[in-house]
Design a protein around this ligand. Structure first.
Ligand SMILES: CCC1=C(C)/C(=C/C2=NC(=C\c3[nH]c(/C=C4\NC(=O)[C@H](C)[C@H]4CC)c(C)c3CCC(=O)O)/C(CCC(=O)O)=C2C)NC1=O
Length: 169
Protein backbone atom coordinates (compact mmCIF):
# COMPACT_ATOMS: atom_id res chain seq x y z
CA UNK A 1 0.00 0.00 0.00
CA UNK A 2 1.47 3.34 -1.00
CA UNK A 3 0.88 7.00 -0.26
CA UNK A 4 1.87 10.08 -2.23
CA UNK A 5 5.37 10.14 -0.72
CA UNK A 6 6.27 6.48 -0.86
CA UNK A 7 5.08 6.23 -4.44
CA UNK A 8 7.17 9.25 -5.43
CA UNK A 9 10.25 7.84 -3.70
CA UNK A 10 9.73 4.51 -5.38
CA UNK A 11 9.57 6.09 -8.83
CA UNK A 12 12.70 8.18 -8.30
CA UNK A 13 14.59 5.34 -6.67
CA UNK A 14 13.85 3.03 -9.59
CA UNK A 15 15.40 5.67 -11.87
CA UNK A 16 18.24 6.35 -9.40
CA UNK A 17 17.43 10.04 -9.52
CA UNK A 18 17.31 12.88 -6.98
CA UNK A 19 13.96 14.64 -6.73
CA UNK A 20 13.59 17.06 -9.61
CA UNK A 21 11.38 20.10 -9.95
CA UNK A 22 8.30 18.01 -10.74
CA UNK A 23 8.82 15.87 -7.66
CA UNK A 24 9.37 18.88 -5.42
CA UNK A 25 6.22 20.51 -6.74
CA UNK A 26 4.17 17.43 -6.08
CA UNK A 27 5.62 17.10 -2.55
CA UNK A 28 4.82 20.75 -1.88
CA UNK A 29 1.27 20.33 -3.02
CA UNK A 30 0.86 17.15 -0.95
CA UNK A 31 1.98 18.93 2.22
CA UNK A 32 0.11 22.14 1.41
CA UNK A 33 -3.16 20.24 1.09
CA UNK A 34 -2.44 18.03 4.12
CA UNK A 35 -4.51 19.90 6.67
CA UNK A 36 -7.54 19.93 4.39
CA UNK A 37 -7.27 16.24 3.60
CA UNK A 38 -7.11 15.40 7.29
CA UNK A 39 -10.01 17.76 7.94
CA UNK A 40 -12.06 15.95 5.30
CA UNK A 41 -11.31 12.58 6.91
CA UNK A 42 -12.22 13.93 10.35
CA UNK A 43 -15.51 15.28 9.03
CA UNK A 44 -16.42 11.90 7.52
CA UNK A 45 -15.33 9.94 10.59
CA UNK A 46 -17.68 11.94 12.76
CA UNK A 47 -20.74 11.15 10.66
CA UNK A 48 -20.02 8.09 8.56
CA UNK A 49 -23.10 6.15 9.64
CA UNK A 50 -25.36 9.10 8.89
CA UNK A 51 -23.72 9.70 5.51
CA UNK A 52 -24.23 6.07 4.48
CA UNK A 53 -27.81 6.07 5.68
CA UNK A 54 -28.65 9.32 3.91
CA UNK A 55 -26.99 8.18 0.68
CA UNK A 56 -28.83 4.85 0.82
CA UNK A 57 -32.19 6.54 1.28
CA UNK A 58 -31.48 8.90 -1.62
CA UNK A 59 -30.38 5.99 -3.83
CA UNK A 60 -33.47 3.89 -3.08
CA UNK A 61 -35.66 6.94 -3.51
CA UNK A 62 -34.18 7.49 -6.95
CA UNK A 63 -34.13 3.79 -7.93
CA UNK A 64 -36.95 2.15 -5.92
CA UNK A 65 -36.86 -1.00 -8.07
CA UNK A 66 -33.65 -1.99 -6.24
CA UNK A 67 -35.59 -2.73 -3.06
CA UNK A 68 -38.69 -4.22 -4.68
CA UNK A 69 -39.07 -7.99 -5.20
CA UNK A 70 -36.56 -8.96 -7.88
CA UNK A 71 -34.28 -6.02 -7.03
CA UNK A 72 -30.74 -6.80 -5.95
CA UNK A 73 -31.12 -4.98 -2.61
CA UNK A 74 -34.49 -6.64 -1.87
CA UNK A 75 -34.64 -8.57 1.44
CA UNK A 76 -33.19 -7.31 4.68
CA UNK A 77 -29.98 -9.25 4.17
CA UNK A 78 -29.22 -7.76 0.78
CA UNK A 79 -30.34 -4.27 1.82
CA UNK A 80 -27.83 -4.50 4.67
CA UNK A 81 -25.11 -5.83 2.34
CA UNK A 82 -25.68 -2.86 0.06
CA UNK A 83 -25.31 -0.32 2.86
CA UNK A 84 -22.28 -2.20 4.15
CA UNK A 85 -20.68 -1.90 0.70
CA UNK A 86 -21.39 1.84 0.72
CA UNK A 87 -19.72 2.04 4.11
CA UNK A 88 -16.64 0.23 2.71
CA UNK A 89 -16.43 2.74 -0.13
CA UNK A 90 -16.71 5.66 2.24
CA UNK A 91 -14.12 4.36 4.70
CA UNK A 92 -11.56 3.45 2.05
CA UNK A 93 -12.17 6.79 0.31
CA UNK A 94 -11.07 8.56 3.50
CA UNK A 95 -7.90 6.42 3.61
CA UNK A 96 -7.12 7.34 0.01
CA UNK A 97 -7.80 11.02 0.72
CA UNK A 98 -5.34 11.06 3.59
CA UNK A 99 -2.74 9.04 1.64
CA UNK A 100 -3.07 11.37 -1.35
CA UNK A 101 -2.89 8.22 -3.44
CA UNK A 102 -5.41 5.74 -4.81
CA UNK A 103 -3.28 2.63 -4.31
CA UNK A 104 -5.18 1.51 -1.21
CA UNK A 105 -8.36 1.35 -3.29
CA UNK A 106 -6.77 -0.95 -5.86
CA UNK A 107 -5.31 -3.17 -3.23
CA UNK A 108 -8.15 -3.44 -0.72
CA UNK A 109 -11.37 -2.61 -2.52
CA UNK A 110 -11.31 -3.00 -6.27
CA UNK A 111 -9.46 -6.27 -6.78
CA UNK A 112 -11.94 -8.80 -8.12
CA UNK A 113 -14.90 -6.61 -7.22
CA UNK A 114 -16.42 -6.40 -10.69
CA UNK A 115 -16.29 -10.16 -11.01
CA UNK A 116 -17.93 -10.60 -7.59
CA UNK A 117 -20.64 -8.11 -8.46
CA UNK A 118 -21.26 -9.71 -11.83
CA UNK A 119 -21.53 -13.17 -10.37
CA UNK A 120 -24.00 -12.00 -7.70
CA UNK A 121 -25.98 -9.81 -10.07
CA UNK A 122 -25.13 -6.64 -8.11
CA UNK A 123 -25.82 -3.88 -10.64
CA UNK A 124 -22.81 -1.65 -11.27
CA UNK A 125 -24.69 1.42 -12.54
CA UNK A 126 -26.77 1.87 -9.37
CA UNK A 127 -23.73 1.12 -7.19
CA UNK A 128 -21.81 3.87 -8.93
CA UNK A 129 -24.79 6.18 -8.49
CA UNK A 130 -24.71 5.46 -4.75
CA UNK A 131 -21.00 6.32 -4.64
CA UNK A 132 -21.62 9.60 -6.44
CA UNK A 133 -24.45 10.50 -4.05
CA UNK A 134 -22.06 9.86 -1.14
CA UNK A 135 -19.46 12.05 -2.79
CA UNK A 136 -21.90 14.95 -2.97
CA UNK A 137 -22.92 14.54 0.67
CA UNK A 138 -19.28 14.37 1.80
CA UNK A 139 -18.33 17.43 -0.24
CA UNK A 140 -21.17 19.44 1.27
CA UNK A 141 -20.12 18.44 4.79
CA UNK A 142 -16.45 19.14 4.15
CA UNK A 143 -17.37 22.55 2.74
CA UNK A 144 -19.52 23.22 5.81
CA UNK A 145 -16.52 22.37 8.01
CA UNK A 146 -14.68 25.33 6.51
CA UNK A 147 -12.68 23.85 3.62
CA UNK A 148 -12.90 26.34 0.75
CA UNK A 149 -11.99 24.15 -2.22
CA UNK A 150 -13.38 20.62 -1.89
CA UNK A 151 -12.32 19.51 -5.39
CA UNK A 152 -9.79 17.05 -3.99
CA UNK A 153 -12.63 15.12 -2.30
CA UNK A 154 -13.82 13.93 -5.73
CA UNK A 155 -10.76 11.86 -6.43
CA UNK A 156 -11.31 8.58 -4.54
CA UNK A 157 -15.06 8.47 -5.30
CA UNK A 158 -14.45 9.12 -8.99
CA UNK A 159 -11.60 6.63 -9.01
CA UNK A 160 -13.79 3.84 -7.61
CA UNK A 161 -16.52 4.81 -10.07
CA UNK A 162 -14.14 4.71 -13.02
CA UNK A 163 -12.52 1.43 -12.07
CA UNK A 164 -15.82 -0.23 -11.30
CA UNK A 165 -17.61 0.90 -14.43
CA UNK A 166 -14.61 1.05 -16.75
CA UNK A 167 -16.37 3.88 -18.52
CA UNK A 168 -15.89 7.63 -18.40
CA UNK A 169 -18.02 9.52 -15.96
C1 LIG B 1 -13.62 -3.80 1.57
C2 LIG B 1 -13.77 -4.31 0.20
C3 LIG B 1 -15.03 -5.13 -0.04
C4 LIG B 1 -16.05 -4.82 -0.90
C5 LIG B 1 -16.18 -3.60 -1.74
C6 LIG B 1 -17.00 -5.90 -0.84
C7 LIG B 1 -18.15 -6.02 -1.60
C8 LIG B 1 -19.07 -7.11 -1.67
N1 LIG B 1 -20.41 -6.93 -1.81
C9 LIG B 1 -21.03 -8.13 -1.83
C10 LIG B 1 -22.41 -8.38 -1.91
C11 LIG B 1 -23.47 -7.45 -2.12
N2 LIG B 1 -23.38 -6.14 -2.50
C12 LIG B 1 -24.63 -5.60 -2.63
C13 LIG B 1 -24.80 -4.21 -3.02
C14 LIG B 1 -25.80 -3.56 -3.72
N3 LIG B 1 -26.90 -4.11 -4.30
C15 LIG B 1 -27.65 -3.17 -4.91
O1 LIG B 1 -28.70 -3.38 -5.52
C16 LIG B 1 -27.08 -1.83 -4.74
C17 LIG B 1 -26.93 -1.09 -6.04
C18 LIG B 1 -25.75 -2.10 -4.05
C19 LIG B 1 -25.50 -1.17 -2.84
C20 LIG B 1 -25.20 0.22 -3.27
C21 LIG B 1 -25.57 -6.60 -2.32
C22 LIG B 1 -27.09 -6.49 -2.30
C23 LIG B 1 -24.84 -7.77 -2.01
C24 LIG B 1 -25.41 -9.13 -1.64
C25 LIG B 1 -25.72 -9.89 -2.89
C26 LIG B 1 -26.16 -11.29 -2.64
O2 LIG B 1 -25.63 -11.94 -1.72
O3 LIG B 1 -27.05 -11.74 -3.34
C27 LIG B 1 -20.02 -9.15 -1.73
C28 LIG B 1 -20.30 -10.65 -1.73
C29 LIG B 1 -20.08 -11.27 -0.36
C30 LIG B 1 -20.96 -10.67 0.69
O4 LIG B 1 -22.21 -10.65 0.51
O5 LIG B 1 -20.42 -10.16 1.68
C31 LIG B 1 -18.81 -8.51 -1.65
C32 LIG B 1 -17.45 -9.19 -1.58
N4 LIG B 1 -16.53 -6.82 0.07
C33 LIG B 1 -15.33 -6.39 0.56
O6 LIG B 1 -14.65 -6.97 1.43
Amino acid sequence: MRDAITSLIKNYDVAGKYFDRTAIDSLKSYFASGTERVQAAATVNGSAAAIVKQAGLALFDELPELIRPGGNAYTTRRYAACLRDMDYYLRYATYALVAGNMDVLNERVLQGLRETYNSLGVPIGPTVRGIQIMKDIVKAQVAASGVADTGFVDEPFDYITRELSETDI
